[in-house]
Design a protein around this ligand. Structure first.
Ligand SMILES: *Cc1c(COP(=O)(O)O)cnc(C)c1O
Length: 404
């Protein structure tokens, strides 16, 4: 086993060597511009792009014409939300999303709010799930779009997408789904789910960084969006710019591998995740699971270790790459907004660690991590007067603290 150990697969994943191999010729020999119509270099690149588009579409049961390439899921989220609002603003100016979406969605809706768009942020329950009835109740005659993620990047909770899709269709509201964490990890069928637009990204599924896709439904309904970038009219006019053919090819290969390996891989990863969880809770008390116990991504484990500061814990296990809360918020010391939305108290939110297991995680790494977590948590708790008091049976809520 090699150190350091990577257990932060929600932030990004390593490129699968088979993906790299598929990409390599397209940097050198096959370097053509897929939009060049006049020579074999262009045709060769176009053919490779067509094949990748099919591989990507197949993973989510879409038609390849419905796949729009972008630079990643952040761009896809922005393009979907802003593009729909700009296109359909005459019809209405109200959109619905949830309080635990990724920053890419929440910051896009914030920027629209500044332009006068009305936004409703649906709450989540203790397991981080939205209630479809809350969506139904939030709908007004001005609602044009709902944006709900497939699965949480922080706690792994999988939302009831199909139910939301049904309501959206019934009410004639477009449905955007940020599928970034779920696509490639759990089965996704955009027809079954009733999704009209779906964002996802290659680097979360063992593909390269810098490429993502937006699925845009072409039939029933035919969804139209205003592009964010003006230019040559690539990607059916929705996203101009020369395609990064090597990245497109890698994205396609990554999707193909996910589709082939998902049935076996998801079981293997979930078993390692459970081994990690059990190893930890068998040895430590006051460890709490954040998220849903069953409706959860196979590779996700988010735990709060009471009486321990998450950042301090990470410092104690530096040879394991983990994340406290969300990687995007760990630059600041604010507790995760996702955990707060579940009603997790500030103390336990500060004590949370996200484990992200993936294709290249091994049982040996899991066992090493269990061992190190137990030692590090015990060490920090030994130094914690609060933990000592709690162990002595003192109710901390009853303690009269001296001047604050
Ligand atoms: C990572 C992630 C994004 C952003 O994707 P990029 O391709 O890095 O821009 C958006 N949404 C979710 C849920 C994510 O996990």
């Amino acid at each position: 086993m090699k150190l350091p150990i990577y257990m932060d697969n929600h932030s990004t994943t390593p490129c699968d060597p088979r993906v790299v191999e598929a990409m390599l010729p397209f940097f050198t020999d096959k370097f053509g511009n897929s939009a060049s119509r006049n020579h074999s270099f262009g045709w060769e690149a176009e053919e490779a792009v067509d094949q990748a588009r099919k591989q990507i579409a197949k993973l989510i049961h879409a038609d390849s014409k419905e796949i729009i390439f972008t630079s990643g899921a952040t761009e896809s989220d922005n393009l979907a939300i802003k593009g729909v609002v700009e296109m359909y603003r005459e019809k209405g100016d109200h959109i619905i999303t949830s309080s635990t979406e990724h920053r890419a969605v929440l910051d896009a809706t914030k920027s629209l709010e500044k332009k006068g768009v009305q936004v409703t942020y649906l709450p989540v329950d203790k397991a981080g799930m939205i209630n479809p009835d809350d969506f139904r109740n939030a709908i007004t005659d001005k609602t044009i779009l709902i944006s709900i993620m497939l699965a949480s990047n922080e706690i792994g909770t999988i939302h009831p997408i199909q139910e939301i899709g049904k309501i959206a269709k019934e009410k004639g509201i477009l449905f955007h789904c940020d599928g970034t964490q779920g696509v490639g990890k759990i089965p996704v069928d955009v027809q079954e789910l009733g999704v009209d637009l779906m964002s996802f990204s290659a680097h979360k599924i063992y593909g390269p960084k810098g490429i993502g896709a937006l699925y845009v439904r072409r039939k029933a309904p035919r969804v139209r969006i205003v592009p964010m970038i003006d230019g040559g009219g690539h990607e059916r006019g929705m996203r101009s710019g020369t395609l990064p053919v090597p990245l497109v090819v890698g994205f396609g290969k990554a999707c193909e591998l996910c589709e082939e390996e998902m049935p076996v891989e998801s079981i293997r990863i979930a078993a390692m995740r459970d081994r990690l969880h059990e190893g930890i809770i068998n040895a430590l008390d006051e460890v709490y699971l954040n998220g849903h116990i069953t409706q959860r991504l196979p590779g996700n484990l988010n735990l709060s270790f009471a009486y321990v500061e998450g950042e301090a814990l990470l410092m104690g296990v530096k040879e394991i790459a983990l994340s406290s809360g969300s990687a995007c918020t760990s630059a600041t010391l604010e507790p995760s907004y996702v955990l707060r939305a579940l009603g997790v108290g500030s103390d336990l939110a500060h004590s949370s660690i996200r484990f992200g297991l993936g294709r290249f995680t091994t049982n040996e790494e899991v066992d090493y991590t269990v061992d190190r977590m137990i030692k590090a948590v015990n060490h920090l708790r030994e130094m914690s007067p609060l933990y000592e008091m709690a162990k002595e049976g003192i109710d901390l809520k009853s303690v009269q603290w001296a001047a604050h």
